[in-house]
Design a protein around this ligand. Structure first.
Ligand code: KIV
Ligand code: ZN
Length: 385
């Protein structure tokens, strides 16, 4: 039987940290309800200590959402944990996500502290959070650059203190996929109580490796992944939800499954893009406008002979509707005939030859040939005949 990968969505916390993407409470509730329909397991609803607005959003999301775990972020501080616990009071399944920096860079330059003191603070935070909720996730910030022995010590201590989930973030997106995977493997081999908790991975995309690192984390034992819709997030973003879900679905031999309903991916991507006022890049995997568009003559001809020649995912499966044959001056006769037939124009081979010459002239003058151009073209040919 396939093993379940928990989808922890942080669109409303790490994703919402993107400049210019802030949402009001009503918008956050709309996204949270959408994420529930999508089938995510955990919604990170916010960082309550950061502002009254964020606190309120966690309260309202907790009221509005039933199935997913609702999670609130804190630093390893009493004040943060108190506020997170209050904000989560209506959550049916509350989780506090607390933690502290694990790398020497963070310990020295952010906390101006020592490994021992930081570890102690992290453990105290877990114990304190456990007074309010059973489900406590602990993050070892900047684990991607931390000393491995120390990281193992921190993970062991957090689990001993009661953490149910331990998050191993590559906060700066620095790791290579094999190196990140080896880190997770090292933890499984060197932390004696590791099987008492779920190991989570949280990767950033500074080198474009967030998705690859997350997959590598899964292959080495992680069973929760922290992701955002459209891969939005701090700097170059977080691992994108849609990529992980479709990678696992497209490679059944890996034997992992998620609860996500892939047909809801495109509607959710559009909702997040619209509400956050953040366009999706056209070539974005799975949800970009060109993800299922074919524009060169060779590709169009191959695609029209058999979709599988150039598509590994059926766009219907991710709620994206039909594939798109884009007509440009690089398109061939096969694509032109296909698009004309869709509009109800059926031409003989010799008629199509005449039309194709006209089409190329038109396409050289217009970047893309749309349906209205094709109507004009088809009527010209009808008149010639
Ligand atoms: O990137 C990171 O390390 C984080 C933590 C706060 C979980 O977002
Ligand atoms: Zn992050």
């Amino acid at each position: 039987m396939s093993e379940k990968i928990q989808i922890f969505d942080t669109t409303l916390r790490d994703g919402e940290q993107v400049p210019g993407c802030q949402l009001n409470t009503a918008e956050k509730v709309e996204v949270a309800k959408g994420l529930e329909k999508l089938g995510v397991d955990v919604i990170e609803a916010g960082f309550p200590v950061s502002s009254p607005g964020d606190f309120n959003s966690v309260v309202e999301i907790s009221r509005a959402v039933t199935d997913p775990v609702i999670c609130a972020l804190t630093r390893a501080k009493v004040m943060d944990i108190n506020l997170a616990a209050q904000a989560l009071k209506f959550a049916k399944r509350p989780r506090i996500h607390t933690g502290i920096g694990a790398s020497d860079i963070h310990i020295q330059h952010k906390f101006k502290s020592t490994r021992e003191k930081v570890l102690e603070q992290g453990v105290s935070a877990v114990k304190y959070a456990k007074k309010f909720v059973e489900d406590v996730e602990f993050y070892c910030e900047d684990a991607g650059r931390a000393n491995l022995q120390y990281l193992a010590q921190m993970v062991e201590a957090a689990i001993a203190a009661g953490a149910t989930v331990v998050n191993i973030p590559d906060t700066t997106g620095y790791n290579l996929p094999d190196v990140f995977g080896q880190k997770i493997k090292f933890l499984f081999e060197n932390v004696s109580n590791i099987h008492k908790a779920i190991i989570s991975v949280h990767c950033h995309n500074d080198l474009g490796l967030a998705t690859a690192n997350t997959v590598s984390g899964i292959q080495n034992g992680a069973r929760q992944v922290e992701v955002t819709m459209n891969g939005i997030g701090e700097r170059a973003g977080n691992t994108s939800l849609e990529e992980i879900v479709m990678i696992l679905k497209s490679h059944p031999h890996l034997d992992f499954e998620t609860n996500v309903n892939p047909k809801m991916i495109t509607p959710m991507s559009n909702m997040v893009s619209r509400l956050m006022n953040m366009p999706v890049q056209p070539n974005k995997a799975i949800v970009g406008a060109n993800a299922f568009a074919h524009s060169s003559g060779i590709h169009q001809d191959g695609f029209l002979k058999n979709k599988e020649n150039y598509e590994i995912i059926d766009p219907e499966d991710v709620g994206a509707g039909d594939s798109n044959i884009v007509l440009t001056a690089r398109s061939g006769r096969h694509a032109l005939k296909h698009r004309l037939e869709k509009l109800g124009y059926i031409f003989e081979k010799d008629e199509l030859e005449v039309l194709y010459v006209e089409f190329l002239n038109m396409a050289d003058q217009n970047k893309q040939i749309e349906d209205e151009h094709l109507h004009i073209l088809a009527k010209t040919e009808t008149k010639i005949i």
